[in-house]
Design a protein. Structure first.
Length: 282
């Protein structure tokens, strides 16, 4: 199963970079860092639909780091929720595939996100509502690390712990970089795990590119029997898979990929020259 997910993640990275190239704008660094997390969630962890009509899962997923929308769109295409060809419409006028997820245009988007901190706050509200309904459905929210400099994140964390929302899992895409520089240079987050524990959360730290470890801990979080929510701090690499993007803040976004940068990125992700040409026929 993990080998299959690795293969899927590789394809999703290529599709996301292809869409960003055609958009002439986007956030490739933070998109590439979270692909493995999204792949495991959508292809292995989120419950199949049984009750929620019009949805892709009985569980809830909120992309709190909304600027990583190209990764969400690419994984949606891999699940058959949209056509791959539609990814080429990223950030285009009148396209449903805007730079941040828009619930009014895409029925499989749970929450419109983009203003950092709001996604985890809405996820917390959904988790509380599911508790009141005695529902077994679980809520997952993916945050960026720079996003945690927003006070609203910690208000949500305090509320979730107070209400014992063990049906809520926050996942931090901890790539250590944000728009202009490292987190440490802008507003240091460490000791991050201790901060979450101090707010009353269970904390797990994991390699965010280790498919097996992600499967293990994300599945375990769905069966959380403790009286507190869980946060999975996923240590990732910004720009994962593209050597000239990795660990370089410049590639946070919004950037325009030149033809050569696009081709070099696709080659780095495992595309042959012929496969790059074939993308233009999608």
């Amino acid at each position: 199963m993990s080998h299959q997910l690795d293969t899927l993640a590789s394809q999703i990275r290529k599709d996301a970079i292809w869409s960003i190239y055609h958009a002439k704008s986007g956030h490739p660094g933070g998109v590439l860092s979270c692909v493995d997390i999204l792949t495991v969630l959508f292809h292995d962890v989120l419950a199949p639909v049984e009750k929620r009509l019009g949805s892709y899962s009985d569980d809830f997923f909120i992309l709190s780091k909304g600027h990583a929308a190209p990764a969400l769109y690419a994984v949606a295409a891999s699940k058959g929720l949209c056509e791959r060809a539609q990814l080429k419409g990223l950030r285009k006028i009148e396209s449903s595939f805007q730079g941040h997820p828009d619930v009014t245009h895409l029925p499989w988007v749970e929450v419109s996100t983009g203003s950092l901190g709001q996604g985890i706050s809405v996820a917390t509200g959904i988790a509380k509502s599911q508790k009141l309904l005695n529902s077994a459905q679980h809520v997952f929210a993916l945050l960026g690390d720079g996003e945690m400099q927003e006070g609203q994140v910690w208000e949500a964390a305090m509320f979730a712990a107070h209400h014992k929302l063990n049906n809520l899992t926050a996942i931090v895409d901890y790539n250590k970089l944000q728009s202009d520089a490292s987190n440490d240079d802008i507003c240091a987050l460490e000791p991050l795990a201790d901060k979450w524990r101090a707010f009353g959360w269970q904390v797990v730290e994991v390699d965010g590119h280790d498919i097996d470890a992600l499967q293990q801990h994300l599945h375990a979080s769905k069966h959380n029997k403790a009286q507190s929510p869980m946060v999975i701090i996923a240590h990732t690499i910004k720009g994962k898979g593209v050597d000239f993007m990795e660990d370089i803040p410049l590639w946070h976004g919004s950037v325009t990929l030149t033809d050569k940068q696009y081709e070099d990125a696709m080659l780095a992700l495992g595309c042959s020259a012929q496969e790059i040409k074939e993308y233009e026929n999608v």
